[in-house]
Design a protein around this ligand. Sequence first.
Ligand code: 5RP
Length: 245
Amino acid sequence: MVARGRAFRYGKPHSQMTGLKGGAMDQDQKKQQVGEAATAFIKPRLTNRSIVGVGTGSTANCFIDALADHRQLFDGAVASSEASADRLASHGIPVYDLNTVDEIEFYVDGADEIDGSNHMIKGGGGALTREKILASVAKQFVCIIDDSKRVRQLGHYPLPVEVIPMARSAVARSLVGLGGRPVLRENFVTDNGNVILDVFDLLISSPVELEAEINHLTGVLTNGLFARRKADVVMVGTERGPLVE
Ligand code: 5RP
Protein backbone atom coordinates (compact mmCIF):
# COMPACT_ATOMS: atom_id res chain seq x y z
CA MET A 1 0.00 0.00 0.00
CA VAL A 2 2.75 2.43 0.79
CA ALA A 3 4.95 1.64 -2.20
CA ARG A 4 3.57 4.37 -4.46
CA GLY A 5 4.53 7.09 -1.94
CA ARG A 6 7.63 9.27 -2.00
CA ALA A 7 10.05 8.58 0.78
CA PHE A 8 12.17 10.95 2.88
CA ARG A 9 10.96 14.19 1.39
CA TYR A 10 9.37 15.68 4.51
CA GLY A 11 11.20 14.01 7.35
CA LYS A 12 14.23 12.28 8.64
CA PRO A 13 15.29 8.98 7.11
CA HIS A 14 14.96 5.97 9.34
CA SER A 15 18.63 5.80 10.35
CA GLN A 16 18.43 9.32 11.84
CA MET A 17 15.26 8.44 13.82
CA THR A 18 16.59 5.21 15.33
CA GLY A 19 20.21 6.22 15.55
CA LEU A 20 20.97 2.78 14.14
CA LYS A 21 21.40 1.91 10.50
CA GLY A 22 18.84 -0.83 9.92
CA GLY A 23 17.55 -0.70 13.53
CA ALA A 24 13.89 -1.49 14.08
CA MET A 25 11.52 1.40 14.50
CA ASP A 26 8.55 1.11 16.83
CA GLN A 27 5.07 2.55 16.33
CA ASP A 28 5.75 5.58 18.53
CA GLN A 29 8.82 6.50 16.49
CA LYS A 30 6.79 6.26 13.29
CA LYS A 31 4.17 8.57 14.82
CA GLN A 32 6.86 11.04 15.77
CA GLN A 33 8.26 10.78 12.25
CA VAL A 34 4.94 11.70 10.58
CA GLY A 35 4.25 14.43 13.13
CA GLU A 36 7.49 16.06 12.06
CA ALA A 37 6.83 15.31 8.39
CA ALA A 38 3.41 16.96 8.51
CA THR A 39 4.96 20.04 10.08
CA ALA A 40 7.56 20.19 7.32
CA PHE A 41 4.77 19.72 4.74
CA ILE A 42 2.62 22.65 5.91
CA LYS A 43 5.44 24.96 7.03
CA PRO A 44 6.16 26.59 3.64
CA ARG A 45 2.45 27.47 3.30
CA LEU A 46 2.00 29.08 6.72
CA THR A 47 1.62 32.82 7.14
CA ASN A 48 1.23 34.97 10.23
CA ARG A 49 -2.55 34.82 9.61
CA SER A 50 -2.78 31.02 9.34
CA ILE A 51 -4.97 29.03 11.69
CA VAL A 52 -4.06 25.34 11.77
CA GLY A 53 -6.72 22.69 12.43
CA VAL A 54 -5.38 20.14 14.89
CA GLY A 55 -6.67 16.64 15.55
CA THR A 56 -6.65 14.37 18.57
CA GLY A 57 -4.67 11.32 19.67
CA SER A 58 -1.09 10.19 20.09
CA THR A 59 -0.11 10.91 16.47
CA ALA A 60 -1.75 14.34 16.58
CA ASN A 61 0.18 14.97 19.81
CA CYS A 62 3.43 14.34 17.94
CA PHE A 63 2.30 16.87 15.36
CA ILE A 64 1.47 19.44 18.04
CA ASP A 65 4.89 19.01 19.63
CA ALA A 66 6.66 19.38 16.27
CA LEU A 67 4.51 22.36 15.27
CA ALA A 68 5.36 24.15 18.51
CA ASP A 69 8.95 24.61 17.29
CA HIS A 70 7.58 26.86 14.51
CA ARG A 71 5.16 28.82 16.63
CA GLN A 72 6.28 32.15 15.14
CA LEU A 73 5.19 31.13 11.60
CA PHE A 74 1.40 31.11 12.18
CA ASP A 75 -1.32 32.81 14.18
CA GLY A 76 -2.83 29.91 16.13
CA ALA A 77 -4.88 26.73 16.03
CA VAL A 78 -8.37 25.30 16.33
CA ALA A 79 -8.48 22.02 18.26
CA SER A 80 -10.74 18.99 17.84
CA SER A 81 -10.75 18.20 21.58
CA GLU A 82 -10.17 19.70 24.98
CA ALA A 83 -7.09 17.48 25.33
CA SER A 84 -5.49 18.87 22.16
CA ALA A 85 -6.47 22.42 23.14
CA ASP A 86 -4.68 21.94 26.46
CA ARG A 87 -1.57 20.56 24.75
CA LEU A 88 -1.48 23.43 22.26
CA ALA A 89 -1.90 25.96 25.04
CA SER A 90 0.88 24.32 27.05
CA HIS A 91 3.19 25.14 24.13
CA GLY A 92 1.99 28.75 24.10
CA ILE A 93 0.01 28.30 20.87
CA PRO A 94 -3.21 30.39 20.88
CA VAL A 95 -6.33 28.22 20.55
CA TYR A 96 -9.32 29.78 18.78
CA ASP A 97 -13.02 28.96 18.82
CA LEU A 98 -13.96 27.77 15.33
CA ASN A 99 -16.77 30.34 15.25
CA THR A 100 -14.22 33.15 15.28
CA VAL A 101 -12.17 31.77 12.39
CA ASP A 102 -12.76 32.46 8.69
CA GLU A 103 -10.56 29.86 7.10
CA ILE A 104 -8.55 26.75 7.92
CA GLU A 105 -6.04 25.78 5.26
CA PHE A 106 -4.90 22.51 6.86
CA TYR A 107 -6.45 20.00 9.21
CA VAL A 108 -3.87 17.52 10.47
CA ASP A 109 -5.05 14.40 12.30
CA GLY A 110 -4.46 10.69 12.74
CA ALA A 111 -6.79 7.78 11.98
CA ASP A 112 -7.58 4.34 13.33
CA GLU A 113 -7.87 2.74 9.88
CA ILE A 114 -7.55 4.08 6.35
CA ASP A 115 -8.25 2.21 3.11
CA GLY A 116 -6.82 2.56 -0.39
CA SER A 117 -9.38 5.26 -1.28
CA ASN A 118 -8.40 7.28 1.81
CA HIS A 119 -11.70 6.58 3.56
CA MET A 120 -11.08 6.36 7.29
CA ILE A 121 -12.35 5.12 10.60
CA LYS A 122 -11.66 7.69 13.30
CA GLY A 123 -12.81 8.29 16.85
CA GLY A 124 -10.64 5.90 18.84
CA GLY A 125 -10.03 8.86 21.13
CA GLY A 126 -13.72 9.78 21.14
CA ALA A 127 -13.26 13.16 19.45
CA LEU A 128 -14.90 12.15 16.16
CA THR A 129 -17.61 14.82 16.00
CA ARG A 130 -15.31 17.81 16.45
CA GLU A 131 -12.78 16.11 14.16
CA LYS A 132 -15.42 15.77 11.46
CA ILE A 133 -16.42 19.41 11.84
CA LEU A 134 -12.83 20.59 11.42
CA ALA A 135 -12.25 18.21 8.51
CA SER A 136 -15.36 19.58 6.79
CA VAL A 137 -14.14 23.17 7.12
CA ALA A 138 -10.49 22.68 6.20
CA LYS A 139 -9.27 23.11 2.64
CA GLN A 140 -6.87 20.20 3.01
CA PHE A 141 -7.06 17.20 5.32
CA VAL A 142 -3.60 15.81 6.02
CA CYS A 143 -3.91 12.39 7.62
CA ILE A 144 -0.87 11.20 9.57
CA ILE A 145 -0.52 7.52 10.42
CA ASP A 146 2.00 4.84 11.16
CA ASP A 147 1.97 2.03 8.64
CA SER A 148 -0.14 -0.30 10.82
CA LYS A 149 -3.22 1.83 10.02
CA ARG A 150 -3.40 1.05 6.27
CA VAL A 151 -6.03 -1.61 5.57
CA ARG A 152 -7.61 -3.21 2.52
CA GLN A 153 -11.14 -2.92 3.93
CA LEU A 154 -12.44 -0.85 6.83
CA GLY A 155 -14.09 -2.52 9.80
CA HIS A 156 -11.54 -4.54 11.72
CA TYR A 157 -11.32 -1.54 14.05
CA PRO A 158 -14.70 -1.07 15.80
CA LEU A 159 -16.60 1.89 14.40
CA PRO A 160 -17.18 4.61 17.04
CA VAL A 161 -20.63 6.22 17.03
CA GLU A 162 -21.33 9.25 19.22
CA VAL A 163 -24.87 9.04 20.59
CA ILE A 164 -27.11 11.33 22.67
CA PRO A 165 -27.33 9.43 26.01
CA MET A 166 -31.13 8.92 26.07
CA ALA A 167 -31.02 7.29 22.62
CA ARG A 168 -28.27 4.80 23.51
CA SER A 169 -30.41 1.63 23.55
CA ALA A 170 -32.56 2.60 20.57
CA VAL A 171 -29.50 3.39 18.45
CA ALA A 172 -27.79 0.18 19.61
CA ARG A 173 -30.78 -1.85 18.39
CA SER A 174 -30.65 -0.13 15.01
CA LEU A 175 -26.92 -0.83 14.73
CA VAL A 176 -27.58 -4.52 15.41
CA GLY A 177 -30.08 -4.34 12.55
CA LEU A 178 -27.25 -3.14 10.30
CA GLY A 179 -25.22 -6.23 11.23
CA GLY A 180 -23.01 -4.66 13.89
CA ARG A 181 -22.30 -5.51 17.53
CA PRO A 182 -22.39 -2.22 19.46
CA VAL A 183 -20.57 -2.02 22.78
CA LEU A 184 -20.92 0.97 25.09
CA ARG A 185 -17.53 2.59 25.75
CA GLU A 186 -17.25 2.27 29.53
CA ASN A 187 -16.60 5.28 31.77
CA PHE A 188 -16.34 7.62 28.81
CA VAL A 189 -18.19 10.87 28.09
CA THR A 190 -17.31 12.91 25.02
CA ASP A 191 -16.35 16.58 25.11
CA ASN A 192 -19.94 17.16 23.92
CA GLY A 193 -21.48 15.28 26.88
CA ASN A 194 -22.47 12.18 24.93
CA VAL A 195 -21.66 8.46 24.94
CA ILE A 196 -19.83 6.31 22.40
CA LEU A 197 -20.99 3.00 21.01
CA ASP A 198 -18.08 1.06 19.48
CA VAL A 199 -19.52 -1.14 16.74
CA PHE A 200 -17.74 -4.43 16.10
CA ASP A 201 -18.21 -6.91 13.25
CA LEU A 202 -19.24 -4.43 10.55
CA LEU A 203 -18.03 -5.36 7.10
CA ILE A 204 -17.68 -1.97 5.51
CA SER A 205 -17.81 -2.49 1.77
CA SER A 206 -19.58 0.84 1.00
CA PRO A 207 -18.18 3.42 3.45
CA VAL A 208 -19.89 6.46 1.88
CA GLU A 209 -23.34 4.86 2.05
CA LEU A 210 -22.85 3.42 5.53
CA GLU A 211 -21.64 6.75 6.89
CA ALA A 212 -24.86 8.42 5.71
CA GLU A 213 -27.07 5.56 6.88
CA ILE A 214 -25.71 5.60 10.44
CA ASN A 215 -25.78 9.38 10.64
CA HIS A 216 -29.48 9.28 9.78
CA LEU A 217 -30.36 7.18 12.84
CA THR A 218 -32.18 9.47 15.26
CA GLY A 219 -30.03 10.07 18.32
CA VAL A 220 -26.71 9.68 16.50
CA LEU A 221 -24.59 12.80 16.59
CA THR A 222 -22.01 11.43 14.19
CA ASN A 223 -20.10 8.27 13.37
CA GLY A 224 -16.42 7.65 12.86
CA LEU A 225 -16.55 6.91 9.14
CA PHE A 226 -14.77 9.70 7.29
CA ALA A 227 -15.70 8.70 3.75
CA ARG A 228 -17.73 11.61 2.45
CA ARG A 229 -14.92 13.93 3.49
CA LYS A 230 -11.84 11.76 3.18
CA ALA A 231 -8.16 12.59 3.53
CA ASP A 232 -6.53 14.65 0.77
CA VAL A 233 -2.96 13.79 1.72
CA VAL A 234 -1.81 10.75 3.69
CA MET A 235 1.58 10.73 5.38
CA VAL A 236 2.70 7.30 6.52
CA GLY A 237 5.46 6.61 9.02
CA THR A 238 7.49 3.62 7.87
CA GLU A 239 10.84 1.96 8.45
CA ARG A 240 12.03 3.69 5.27
CA GLY A 241 10.99 7.15 6.39
CA PRO A 242 7.75 9.10 5.92
CA LEU A 243 5.87 8.41 2.71
CA VAL A 244 3.45 10.89 1.15
CA GLU A 245 0.48 9.30 -0.61
C1 5RP B 1 -9.27 10.36 17.95
C2 5RP B 1 -8.91 9.86 16.61
C3 5RP B 1 -7.48 9.54 16.37
O1 5RP B 1 -7.05 10.20 15.23
C4 5RP B 1 -7.32 8.06 16.17
O2 5RP B 1 -7.91 7.38 17.27
C5 5RP B 1 -5.84 7.66 16.05
O3 5RP B 1 -5.22 7.83 17.28
P1 5RP B 1 -3.68 7.59 17.50
O4 5RP B 1 -2.97 8.64 16.73
O5 5RP B 1 -3.50 7.72 19.00
O6 5RP B 1 -3.35 6.20 17.02
O7 5RP B 1 -9.71 9.70 15.74
O8 5RP B 1 -10.65 10.54 18.10
